[in-house]
Design a protein around this ligand. Structure first.
Ligand SMILES: [Zn+2]
Length: 491
C-alpha cells in the first residue's frame, strides 16, 4: 500500500479538503441520526474526518460479480497518528452498535466503504461478520497506555494517579441529562431550549467516601490555564479531547489535562507576590533547583534542605522549565505568560524585574549556560568554564559574587540536578550525589545572606525506562510537586 508521510503536501490537501467539506468536529450528544461523515478520533494526534473518499487511494474489492470501491483503514490510522500502546479500534454507529478489534488485527484487507445502503461501513473479510458495522459515525482509537506527553486526562488523588485516555473515556459510564440551554420568547410565548448531554460523572474516578470535606479540586487545561472546579462536575468526551462541565452540566472548560483532587495550596507563581512583599522588609534571594521534586527532598533528605521545613507547592502544566520558570518570574499562569511549551521564549506579561525596577530595587538573575526564556533583566550566564560537565559550580561562584554586591533581589537557577536525573534517574546515586553538592551550595549561599530566602524547583521528575532514566512534562504527582522552602535570616 502506497502511503505518503504524515506531513506531505498530499495529506495537507486531504486535511484542507476535509475542513472544506465542513465535517462535524466533535461528538454529538444530541439524539443520534445516520450521518454521512465518519470521524477517526480518540488517542490520535489529530482527528481525521471523512465526508467522502477525498484523495485517499481507492482500493477495488471483488464482491460477487461486482467490484466495490473502498479505501484502506491502515493509511488513515497512520495519518491520524496513534498516541499510545496496547491499542484497540472501536467501530461505532449512532444506533449504539460498537465493534472492537485489536490494532494488530487490522490488516491491508481492512477497508472502509461508503454507500447509500450502508453509509460508512467497515469491510473486513478476514474478521467475523459482526465487525461490519453500518452507518458508522466514529472510529475510536483506544490506547491503554498513552505515549510520553501524549494528551490524556490524569487525576491525582493523594498519592494515586489515574490515567484516562480519550479512548478509555469513550467507553466510560455516562449519564444522560437534559440541560437547559436557554429560553426563547416570541410575543407572549415562551420556549425552553434544552440540549441532551451524555456526561461522565467525575465521581466515577474519585474516592471521596472517606473524605467528604473535599469538594473541589484544581483543574489544569491544555491552554495552560488552571482553576478550582467542583468534583460534582462531569467530563464530556470530545473525541480526542475532553471538556470539564460544572455540576449544572453546562459551564464548560475546554481541553482538560488533569485534575488534582487535593493539590498543595502553594503555587510556583506565588514566588512573585511573596518576594515582592518580602522585599519591603529586606533583601530577597530565590534559589531554583531545576528538576527537583518535593518527593526527592522527602526521600533523599539532603541535610540543609530537609532541615528547613520543605513544604509542597504545585507547578504549572506542562511541567517543563520554560513554562514553569515563566510562571515563577511573572506570577502568572502559562496562558498569560505566553510560554506554554518548549522553544517559546518571549514573555507576554511583565516579569518581577519590571516590578522591582518600579520599586527602585536592584536585581540580578544568575543562570547556567543558556537563557531558557527572555527576561526584562539581562541574565548573567555561566558556561561550564572548567569543563567538568556542569554549570552548577560556575553558577554558585557567580551567585556568591552577586550576593556580595548588596543587590536587593537575586534569582539563582541551578540546572545540574535535572540533567543528572534525566540521565541516571531521580534518586539514582548520581542524582543523590548532585543533590548533596547542591545542598551544600545552597547552605553556603543562605548563610552568607541576610533577608528572605525562597528555595524552589521548577518541576520534578519521574522515573522512566529506556534511553533516559528520568523525565517530566506530564501531569504526574512527581513532576508537579515541587519543594517550597522559606527562610528568614536577620530580617
Ligand atoms: Zn528536564
Amino acid at each position: 500500500m502506497c502511503y505518503k508521510p504524515k506531513y506531505s503536501i498530499f495529506s495537507l490537501i486531504v486535511i484542507a479538503a476535509i475542513l472544506l467539506a465542513g465535517c462535524k468536529s466533535t461528538p454529538v450528544s444530541a439524539p443520534f441520526s445516520p450521518s454521512a461523515s465518519l470521524v477517526i478520533t480518540g488517542d490520535v494526534e489529530k482527528e481525521i474526518c471523512l465526508a467522502d473518499y477525498g484523495d485517499w487511494p481507492i482500493v477495488q474489492r471483488d464482491y460477487g460479480d461486482e467490484k466495490q470501491k473502498c479505501i484502506a483503514l491502515l493509511p488513515l490510522l497512520s495519518a491520524a497518528g496513534i498516541t499510545g500502546e496496547k491499542v484497540s479500534v472501536f467501530f461505532s454507529s449512532p444506533d449504539g452498535a460498537v465493534a472492537e478489534i485489536p490494532l494488530e488485527q487490522i490488516n491491508e484487507n481492512s477497508l472502509l466503504r461508503l454507500s447509500a445502503e450502508g453509509g460508512w461501513q467497515f469491510i473486513a473479510p478476514d474478521h467475523p461478520p459482526q465487525v461490519g458495522i453500518k452507518f458508522m459515525d466514529y472510529i475510536v482509537i483506544k490506547a491503554s497506555e498513552p505515549s510520553f506527553r501524549a494528551s490524556c486526562v490524569r487525576i491525582i488523588d493523594g498519592e494515586n494517579e489515574q490515567v484516562l485516555t480519550y479512548g478509555e473515556l469513550f467507553m466510560a459510564d455516562r449519564i444522560e441529562r437534559l440541560v437547559l440551554d436557554g429560553q426563547a420568547k416570541k410575543g407572549e410565548l415562551l420556549t425552553n431550549v434544552y440540549r441532551r448531554r451524555s456526561l461522565i460523572p467525575l465521581q466515577n474516578y474519585i474516592e471521596t467516601t472517606s473524605r467528604e470535606d473535599i469538594q473541589t479540586g484544581l483543574a489544569f487545561y491544555a491552554s495552560g490555564d488552571q482553576g478550582e472546579i467542583s468534583l460534582e462536575g462531569f467530563l464530556e468526551w470530545r473525541g480526542n479531547s475532553v471538556d470539564y462541565l460544572g455540576p449544572d452540566g453546562k459551564t464548560r472548560k475546554k481541553d482538560l489535562m488533569g485534575i488534582w483532587v487535593d493539590p498543595p495550596k502553594l503555587s510556583i507563581k506565588q514566588v512573585v507576590s511573596k518576594s515582592l512583599s518580602a522585599i519591603e522588609k529586606g533583601r530577597v534571594l530565590v534559589i531554583l533547583l531545576d528538576g527537583l521534586s518535593y518527593y526527592d527532598v522527602q526521600r533523599a533528605k539532603p541535610e540543609f534542605l530537609s532541615s528547613n521545613n520543605p513544604k509542597k507547592a504545585h507547578t504549572v502544566m506542562p511541567s517543563i522549565t520554560p513554562v514553569s520558570l515563566a510562571a515563577a518570574l511573572t506570577g502568572k499562569l502559562p496562558n498569560q505568560t505566553g510560554i506554554t511549551d518548549r522553544g517559546m521564549r518571549e514573555l507576554l506579561s511583565d516579569d518581577i524585574f519590571v516590578e522591582l525596577d518600579k520599586m527602585g530595587k536592584t536585581s540580578a538573575m544568575v543562570s547556567g549556560e543558556m537563557k531558557v526564556i527572555n527576561t526584562s533583566k539581562e541574565q548573567i550566564l555561566n558556561p561550564d568554564l572548567n569543563g567538568d560537565g556542569s554549570t552548577d559550580d560556575e553558577v554558585f561562584a557567580c551567585a556568591k559574587k552577586q550576593l556580595e554586591k548588596e543587590i536587593d533581589f537575586i534569582f539563582v537557577h541551578f540546572h545540574g540536578y535535572d540533567d543528572v536525573a534525566h540521565t541516571h534517574g531521580p534518586l539514582s546515586s548520581e542524582a543523590l550525589e548532585k543533590l548533596t553538592l547542591l545542598d551544600g551550595y545552597v547552605e553556603e549561599l543562605v548563610s552568607n545572606f541576610k533577608g528572605t530566602i525562597f528555595i524552589i524547583a521548577d518541576h520534578g521528575q519521574h522515573e522512566t525506562f529506556g534511553e533516559k532514566l528520568g523525565d517530566h512534562g506530564e501531569f504526574r504527582l512527581l513532576d508537579m510537586t515541587i519543594p517550597w522552602i522559606e527562610i528568614e535570616r536577620g530580617v
